[in-house]
Design a binder for this molecule. Structure first.
Ligand code: NCD
Length: 285
């Protein structure tokens, strides 16, 4: 069975094959997932990820059981995650799981009769976000994801998207990371890549950046900073750089930057749909 719990589960050939198929999905509607059912099991809020999986499924002729509000599921009656997973495995062909506890997806995979896709486990990982983040870089940077200067800003301690993306990008030679955060929201020191630099001042690194990856402060995980980049700061970025954000954005990037050609954060959502279409087809058809 093909679970997708971590970036570690994705080999290089799998990723590049998925990306090469993803750009063919542009106007895609098909019935390759006809008679297939996906469970979207979300114990944490989601707009993009859950809708993206939903749309990817429906565009390929499949159906979705959306459990987006566990308040109305048996979880509220005290049912364990494991029992819920066994239940949904009898009703569907694959389960997309988002859960506030790190490692919850491993517990789920142990008992599941169908593939589990990790859509975010606490401050752990978010591998399908990495598929679309990596695709965004690949698609906008001459089909390459190496020899880049990547600047990551925000809550690097609690954000799961940065951890998964760093895992992927540090596989490729020549990638160099700048981590910009307040001291108490630093990237976990035990997994910091060798080729990296840490600072709390964006001005130290913004002009030496190919990819700026901005994240939100994860208030739901106890972080309590506020920050925003100004248009003046963003304009220090090189002309051919790109600006990414997994979204939701709070105040990190001013709206007047949205029409700048370097802003790719809304494109990322489209890429996510394409990548998830290919992923679901690969897992279920
Ligand atoms: C991210 C997440 O849930 O980790 N959102 C997303 O899936 N696009 C980022 C976040 O919530 O800050």
């Amino acid at each position: 069975m093909q679970h997708l719990l971590s970036v570690d589960d994705m080999k290089e050939s799998f990723i590049f094959d998925l990306w090469s198929k993803a750009s063919d999905q542009k106007d895609g509607f098909s019935d390759v997932l006809k008679n297939k059912i996906l469970t979207n099991l979300f114990y944490e809020p989601s707009t993009r990820t859950s809708s993206s999986f939903y749309s990817a499924m429906v565009r390929q002729g499949g159906s979705v059981i959306p459990i987006n509000n566990v308040k109305f599921s048996s979880a509220i009656k005290g049912e364990s995650l494991e029992d819920t997973i066994i239940t949904m495995g009898t009703m569907s062909d694959c389960i997309v799981l988002r859960h506030p506890e790190i490692g919850s997806v491993d517990k789920a995979a142990k008992v599941s009769s169908v593939p589990i896709i990790n859509a975010g486990d606490g401050e752990g990982e978010h591998p399908t976000q990495t598929l679309l983040d990596g695709f965004t870089i690949y698609y906008n940077h001459k089909k390459n994801i190496d020899n880049l200067r990547i600047t990551m800003v925000g809550d690097l301690k609690n954000g799961r998207t940065v951890k998964s993306l760093v895992k992927l990008l540090s596989r490729y030679s020549g990638n160099y990371f700048n981590f910009v955060s307040p001291k108490d929201l630093r990237f976990p020191q035990d997994s910091i890549p060798k080729k990296s630099f840490e600072t709390d001042k964006i001005e130290n690194v913004i002009a030496d950046t190919d990819v700026l990856y901005v994240t939100r402060v994860q208030t739901e995980r106890g972080s309590d900073h506020e920050y925003s980049l100004s248009t003046e700061q963003l304009n220090l970025l090189p002309k051919n750089s790109i600006v990414m954000h997994p979204l939701p954005r709070v105040n990190e990037i001013p709206r007047d930057f949205d029409n700048d050609p370097r802003a790719k954060y809304f494109d990322q959502m489209i890429y996510g749909l394409w990548c998830r279409m290919v992923l679901l087809e690969g897992i279920m058809s």
